[in-house]
Design a protein around this ligand. Sequence first.
Ligand code: PMP
Length: 429
Amino acid sequence: MKDHESFPLIPIKKGQGIWLEDFDGNRYLDAISSWWVNLFGHANPIINEALKDQLDNLEHVIFAGFTHESGIKLAEKLVEITPPGLSRCFYADNGSSAVEVALKMSFHYWRNQGQVQKTRFITLENSYHGETLGALAVGNVPLYKETYAPLLMDVITVPGPDCYYREAGESWADYSIRRFALMERTLQNQCHTVSAVIIEPLVQCAGNMRMYDPVYLKLLREACDKYNVHLIADEIAVGFGRTGTLFACEQATISPDFMCLSKGLTGGYLPLSAVLTTTQVYQAFYDDYQNMTAFLHSHSYTGNALACRAALATIDIFQQQNIIQKNKRLASVMTEMAKRFNEHLHVSEVRQTGMILAIEMVKDKNTREPYLWQERRGLKVYQYALSKGVLLRPLGNVIYFMPPYIVTEDELMLIAEIAWQGIEHAVRD
Ligand code: PMP
């Protein structure tokens, strides 16, 4: 809060495509898709049109005992486009709530099966799953978690496959396989008390955009089957094309037992989330009222009609405009633009998975010694870039590009140039 005495909030008057405009006429290129939600630009004409039509018919209705066309169509669409076996859809209204739903549903599934001892969750070091207490408990980024530690349920935290720490010359796949041994051992020893493993497939976004190989997901799926534990894929940040495929799990050709979706789901327009699950899970709750097996969880705005319609329009754009294919070209342009950062004296790594590219800024390139967090070098990049009309918002000292998919090559070039200048500015003195 105090920072804003010297660096005031920027009131935005208008958004158009990739650009935001403030009340003084300054423009900012939204290089991080407004916290990873915006896929096809601000004020997108197709999504706007769909929303106007929805608005004239139904804005919202209680989603218990009632339903509506956009809610039904979206559930059917999500079942169609997500990995095989995910045949049921449960709505909530933000990412953290979707994580809460998946955790509760997994636990409750085992309880309904008489396996009441399966009460614990396994999570990865450096993971992030949201800010509500359950989601925070299964996350592992100290910055968000530590203060609230006394309030949080106890979870089993396993060292992760973050490939930043691989040995020189070791491939992402080899390191991910090596690190999986730690997960396998934990599952072997503790599976009888474990309900689910929760994971961010391929990229730990809030954990400084750390990445790993799809083979880890493949091994994890096999192990979860072997040890009778659910697999929850939190695709809230990585879903909808961010990693190069529509869903990150596709790269390992796996289907989780629960898949959490939000953020890009509505193209960045409205809060909505969905948890996809299997018919097997669904059936465990399906019974006569007297048996009290039902899943009781609701939010006032669950299945909001406007949000569902925005999501349908977003998925239409993916399908009609062949976005995943087009993004391959954009991703390779991003690779090209970022090559020069590898040579920078204060960059220890440039890494990329699909439409996410991250640059790790360090004090010492050779030892990888980080800058002290108190120096707030990332903030300097942020402030510099804003002064040049680009919205980059580093995570600590990691500068990343996560642009809307409407970004042009020239705009990518601008983002990379300003990021370069921003780093030069931030590492001075
Ligand atoms: N899971 C992941 C992987 C996320 O990146 C986020 C948001 N950054 C969340 C969950 C929480 O979503 P929300 O902010 O909508 O609660």
